[in-house]
Design a protein. Structure first.
Length: 581
């Protein structure tokens, strides 16, 4: 059946004309945006964007992933403090649909082989893969897991999971100097166990510190190459070294960027392996939803963020996917948080049938083009790292830190000026939301590339404003129809910092709200009256245009609008209200 039969073929020009007719004089090109990596995201793609270079699943260049349609491994993150609580969580996860577990040793408090054995008590290790989250003393913990398989008599062919040895990533996140001599012993400890990946390249370190997509991929490539060199120097054969690696990439709320990043990483690693002279070119990938996307405020929206991340990672072809519980930024997740994180994946993989399709995004002109451009950008950054002497030299020089800082700062600026938004934090904050009660979580890492949540500076403002019960007076000008849009805008803006809007006198700060015509007629007199009545600071919601000088002379101190720097404006506003922060 030809679904297009009977319809006239439409050219790109036809689509451009049709789209342009709704733009009221703007061009289609005006809708183009640019990523942090300088990649243009166009509003329209077509079959002339050449989507035919992706290849086939399971073969070079591995853009389209593997040839298996068995679905991904639903990997549950376990971070309950204490071995008993962690063991209960592990058993609950595996009994309720998770197919493997990822153990956060630092959060649990695993400090010995006995602790690890206690956490895994009752687990059939020949059936359930066990992965260790990279952390300090990772080589020692890897030995505990390898020894536990031996103690339990788990056949080598039935062992599966990952040891989590990642000296570069751990040093970046937690501090210290990376020791690459631990890699070869870790590989040797699981020799003959093809289901176990001894060495992890954890790219989430860079992503959660604020790196762009291309830098995340480039740094993972450079780290992987550094590990291959170290393993080769210690006598490990190239193919064995490649087989020992697993790459953990972050999954975020931009589903198309996430999909393209996984695909681009596979393509670039295929090229690395080819340059090394190996035919084993596939990149084993796992995904973890980014900790950076979580919020403490309005945490229920994290369920949507986690769903998008899981969807994107599954579509992208990750072998295992971990979704962080929606309440992980509030404290230690409870059973509800873990259950929802687990069931999000089960619904996507089993009920939606997402795992039964190979490379679902393949053939999308947009995704294929984005994959191409991201791979090119990542490869150029990888080459520049290698030209600097490799990842260790690039880290030591401060270059990587400068690149990550620049991208993170640009992202915060977009949030502060509302070019982007975080629902429940920078947009639509609810001052009456019921707070979740969770036990405190583990202390955050304090290394040079510690994870950063973009929502944090806005949440800090809100904490301060709510603790002080801060209020600002809104002064509407004219009838409701004239001021409702701006009074709503002003109230939402103030709520970002936990400040309640009131129309009662008493606050030392007031905000004028009205239409342009009403401002022209009444703003100056209103500002004078407020200042005469003891108001210390008067703001006007909107842009002043040609009236700025006159309104400032009348007493207006500042103008706030949709592109004002929220962090700056609200920070100074809290200072004016005498709120400590």
């Amino acid at each position: 059946m030809d679904l297009a039969a009977g319809f006239e073929p439409a050219s790109r020009e036809d689509w451009v004309d049709l789209a342009g007719s709704s733009l009221r004089g703007r061009t289609l090109e005006s809708l183009t945006t640019t990523t942090d990596d300088g990649i243009a995201i166009r509003p329209l793609y077509g079959n002339d964007d050449d989507p035919d270079r992706a290849g086939l699943p399971g073969v070079s260049p591995h853009t389209r992933g593997s040839t298996t349609d068995a679905g991904w491994d639903v990997r549950a993150l376990v971070a309950e403090p204490g071995t008993a609580a962690a063991n209960a969580a592990v058993l609950e996860e595996l009994e309720s649909g998770a197919t493997s577990v990822l153990l956060d040793r630092s959060a649990i408090g695993i400090g010995s082989a006995a602790d690890l054995a206690a956490v895994l008590d009752g687990v059939y290790l020949e059936m359930a893969p066990v992965a260790l989250l990279p952390g300090p003393d990772g080589a020692e913990a890897a030995g505990w897991l390898a020894a536990l398989w031996e103690e339990y008599g788990t056949p080598a062919a039935e062992r599966s999971g990952s040891l989590g040895v990642d000296p570069v990533g751990v040093a970046a996140r937690h501090g210290g100097e990376p020791d690459l001599t631990c890699l070869a012993p870790a590989v040797a400890s699981v020799a003959g166990a093809p289901g176990v990946r001894a060495v992890t390249v954890d790219a989430t370190v860079w992503a959660e510190a604020g790196a762009s997509d291309a830098w995340e991929v480039a740094l993972s490539l450079a780290t992987g190459v550094a590990y291959l060199r170290a393993l080769e120097a210690d006598g490990v054969a190239l193919d064995d070294a490649l087989a020992a690696l697993t790459f953990t990439h972050s999954a975020g709320v931009d589903q198309f960027a996430t999909i393209a990043r996984f695909r681009a990483a596979r393509r670039c690693w295929d090229r690395v392996a080819a340059a090394c002279g190996s035919d084993a070119r596939g990149q084993h990938q796992t995904a973890v939803s980014s900790a950076a996307l979580l919020t403490r405020r309005d945490p229920w929206v994290n369920l949507l963020r986690g769903t998008v991340a899981a969807f994107a990672a599954g579509v992208a072809g990750a072998s295992a996917v971990t979704v962080r519980p929606f309440d992980a930024a509030v404290g230690t997740p409870d059973g509800l948080g873990r259950r929802l994180a687990r069931n999000t994946q089960l619904l996507l993989a089993e009920e939606s049938g997402l795992s039964r399709v190979l490379d679902p995004a393949g053939g999308s002109w947009y995704v294929e083009d984005l994959t191409d451009r991201l791979a090119e950008a990542a490869w150029e950054r990888f080459r520049s790292i290698e030209a600097d002497g490799g990842v260790l030299a690039a880290l030591a020089s401060g270059r990587v830190a400068a690149e990550v800082d620049a991208t993170r700062s640009a992202g915060v600026a977009r949030l502060a000026t509302r070019a982007e938004g975080i629902t429940g934090v920078t947009e639509f904050p609810d001052l009456d939301e019921a707070a979740l009660d969770r036990a405190p979580g583990p202390a955050a890492p304090d290394g040079p590339f510690a994870p950063v949540r973009p929502a944090a500076p806005f949440e800090d403002l809100r904490d301060a404003g709510e603790a002080a019960a801060a209020e600002v007076r809104l002064v509407p000008l004219g009838p409701l129809a004239e001021h409702s849009a701006l009074t709503t805008f002003a109230a939402n803006l103030l709520a970002v910092a936990g400040i309640r809007a009131t129309q009662s006198a008493g606050s030392p700060v007031a905000v004028l709200c009205g239409s342009d015509d009403r401002y022209a007629a009444e703003a100056a007199d209103a500002a004078r009256t407020l200042k005469a009545g003891g108001v210390a600071r008067v703001l006007l919601a909107g842009r002043p245009g040609d009236h700025e000088a006159a309104w400032r002379e009348a007493g207006v101190d500042e103008f706030v609008h949709a592109r004002s720097d929220v962090l700056d404006v609200l920070g100074r506003l809290l200072d004016d209200l005498g709120v400590a922060r």
